[in-house]
Design a protein around this ligand. Structure first.
Ligand SMILES: *[C@@H]1O[C@H](CO)[C@@H](O)[C@H](O)[C@H]1NC(C)=O
Ligand SMILES: *[C@@H]1O[C@H](CO)[C@@H](O)[C@H](O)[C@H]1NC(C)=O
Ligand SMILES: *[C@@H]1O[C@H](CO)[C@@H](O)[C@H](O)[C@H]1NC(C)=O
Ligand SMILES: *[C@@H]1O[C@H](CO)[C@@H](O)[C@H](O)[C@H]1NC(C)=O
Ligand SMILES: *[C@@H]1O[C@H](CO)[C@@H](O)[C@H](O)[C@H]1NC(C)=O
Length: 234
């Protein structure tokens, strides 16, 4: 009987320590901050949040289980031997959501590689701290109601391959810093109210495959050094 009790105790200790092991594995403050940032953004959104399952987002589940959110294991900087789960993709196109981008705390989502919020009713400016998304390769904010001008900080998104800001109400001129996006393959700024000349820094966009600028108030005349763009427009 004594032995039985002892082995039950042992089993209990074993179970608790196993549980604690998984507890340790799950503890991920970076992911918690990402969840908090997304929940805070959600709390300011309007529209039918059931449309894409946003109403299910809650801190009762991991953000990696939320609809529209995808996580990947990424190596922590300075911790080459252990990888942690982080939010890398946000795919919420055509979700009937309305709200601003300024409430989305990009600083808390530094490992994001993919952000698609197209075909919604997002309004207001593109926040200049968008450059906190240092690993972003895909940015689609098309078909919303975004206003203001393109923040010059966008030129810091060095990993960007696709940039689609088409069909919004964006004004101002194209920042020269866009020429720093040397990995960019697809750029679509069409259907906005962008003015002024095409910056000569476009000549640095050597990876560009498609470029769409139509339906803006841009000067139609291309500087000679941008002759190569003639093959890309439209
Ligand atoms: C989006 O939501 C509004 C009301 O919130 C509704 O009138 C409209 O039909 C919805 N659009 C789509 C595409 O579901
Ligand atoms: C989860 O969210 C609720 C409501 O927003 C909040 O009161 C609670 O403190 C949160 N729990 C954790 C563990 O963050
Ligand atoms: C995520 O979803 C899976 C499958 O539905 C479930 O087994 C798991 O417990 C969930 N994780 C969290 C943290 O909610
Ligand atoms: C996440 O984004 C990356 C980079 O664009 C892409 O290759 C991958 O297919 C995406 N994954 C999901 C599940 O959307
Ligand atoms: C980015 O572009 C701007 C404007 O063309 C330029 O002044 C700046 O030096 C560039 N930044 C880097 C880090 O190359």
């Amino acid at each position: 009987m004594r032995r039985l009790v002892a082995s039950q105790e042992l089993l209990l200790v074993l179970l608790i320590s196993l549980q604690c092991l998984s507890c340790l594995a799950i503890a991920n403050p970076a992911l918690d901050r990402q969840a908090e940032a997304l929940l805070q953004w959600k709390s300011g959104l309007r529209g039918d949040l059931s449309y894409c399952g946003l109403e299910e987002w809650s801190n009762a589940t991991s953000p990696c289980n939320w609809s529209g959110i995808y996580c990947s294991y990424k190596v922590r900087r300075g911790h080459e031997r252990d990888a942690i789960l982080v939010v890398t993709n946000i795919t919420l196109f055509s979700c009937n959501i309305s709200g601003g981008l300024s409430k989305l705390r990009f600083a808390q989502l530094p490992r994001l590689v993919f952000l698609d919020l197209s075909i919604n009713s997002l309004y207001g400016p593109i926040p200049s701290d968008i450059d906190r998304l240092a690993e972003l390769s895909y940015l689609d904010l098309s078909n919303n109601k975004l206003t203001g001008s393109i923040p010059p900080s966008i030129g810091n998104l060095r990993s960007l391959i696709k940039l689609d800001l088409s069909t919004n109400e964006i004004t101002g001129s194209i920042p020269e810093s866009i020429g720093n996006l040397t990995s960019l393959q697809n750029m679509d700024l069409s259907n906005n109210r962008i003015i002024g000349p095409i910056p000569s820094t476009f000549s640095k966009l050597k990876s560009l495959i498609t470029l769409k600028l139509e339906s803006n108030v841009l000067n139609a005349i291309l500087p000679p050094e941008l002759g190569f763009l003639r093959n890309l427009l439209f």
